[in-house]
Design a protein around this ligand. Sequence first.
Ligand code: NAI
Length: 335
Amino acid sequence: ANRPVTITITGAGGQIGYALLFRIASGAMLGPETPVRLNLLEIAQGLRSAEGAALELQDSAFPLLAHVEIYDDATAAFDGANHALLVGARPRGPGMERGDLLTANGGIFGPQGTAINAGAADDIRVVAVGNPANTNALIAAAHAPDVPRDRFTALTRLDHNRALGQLAVAVDASVGDIRGLTIWGNHSATQFPDIAYATAAGEPVPERLAARLGGADAATRWLTDEFIPRVAKRGAEIIEVKGSSSVASAASATIDHVRDWVGGTPDGWTSAAIVSDGSYGVPEGLVSSFPVESVDGSWRVVQGLDVDDFARGRIAASVAELEDEREAVRSLGLL
Ligand code: NAI
């Protein structure tokens, strides 16, 4: 049998944690041949919930589940970790200013970066899910100078999957037939879901949209007035409809992100927020979402796409927000 892979999940006692653990243990993330060890990191108020989840994991008798351990200390929890799923974060409370939010999260993701630097395995791969995800990943990376930059990512796969779901309906295709979709920028309302290169069953999506909606102008209106805002604000829509935030879809996107990172993207590119190397004019070092392929276990930005003025403006707006967040955490001494 393969050696077990160690996965450290922060906020494991929370909602997304609960939706993630069972799918990881079932083999959905790393496949049916890879046993997993789960390290659950929580703070005091989440420990009992994590303990409960651990009992239920035992009761699920997953053949791939080699071990479960619960921690309240980051250094111990990340020791030997091959994957770090950084889910636990400080939500914005009533009346909380952005600076307070960033400071609170800096106090979480900074020490976790330090712990990853100190003891994680050489092949550590990190994904920040907890919000503000891109900037939390940036903070963690800044505290882990010995870990290669390309191991730090933030989740925009949920946005990508949301866009796939919306497009599939709009062009009457199956999500599995859609390729070439990109989420650019920040996991926030400024993100840019880009369909310029998307195809559905090999047919260009922009053309298909124009045909269905009655012309290119109508397609553009649909994009700017419906598709882009709906994808970007889907989290709020879910909260309004169900009364609580997206949980299962967020966990599912996290599984997709890690599965493709390790296993590859044979069906073309997807979206992930990675540390920019300057591609497409995104300042180096920002954690921004790009079109990415996974090659030999590393994310690579898909190069050579022609970005038109409309797209350029949208990407620049989201990147400006990321720069703003970076400036704010810098001035708070969190980098
Ligand atoms: P939750 O509040 O149910 O769970 C968060 C858990 O993290 C709690 O159990 C809490 O005790 C724990 N926690 C807090 N600080 C911690 C620390 N320093 N170390 C370890 N654990 C800690 O929240 P939920 O619904 O599970 O969401 C988690 C995060 O994911 C939120 O920040 C949310 O905004 C974000 N999110 C991100 C998405 C994305 O696409 N990137 C999508 C949906 C949610």
